[in-house]
Design a protein around this ligand. Sequence first.
Ligand code: CDP
Ligand code: MG
Length: 136
Amino acid sequence: MSDIEQTLSIIKPDAVERNLQDQIKNEFKNNGFEIIKEKKIHISKEEAEKFYKVHVSKPFYNDLCNYLSSGPIVVMNLQRDNAILENRKLMGATNPKDAEEGTLRKKYGLSIDKNSVHGSDSVENAKIELDFFFKD
Ligand code: CDP
Ligand code: MG
């Protein structure tokens, strides 16, 4: 059984800075994802803190929020069957050093913090994260 799902993807500042957004968008399209919505934005530190509030107690939280607000990002609503899990598989492990061959983080990630892409990790968080960026 498979369900059509939507998930939030972010092309992070390190990848936008290297002008990889079209290449990464093609990776999604070539892997069966439809880009339902997308926008290029530059969020404030306060917005990054709100987006990543689940990580507030982590030692990397402050650096993470500084980083996500350090430059333009591309946020996308991606749709396909099992989009949440399929996107996590396509992204690969959080640390590019641990990511499998062919995954986005293996191909494009520079380090555990500059790992090029974000993807929602559950149905519940996908809804919250899509609302965060796309609720009008
Ligand atoms: O992004 P993902 O869901 O794979 O990982 P996470 O555990 O939810 O962490 C969110 C983000 O924090 C990661 O994508 C990394 O960019 C960053 N992070 C970090 O800088 N240092 C760590 N030790 C763990 C995560
Ligand atoms: Mg996560």
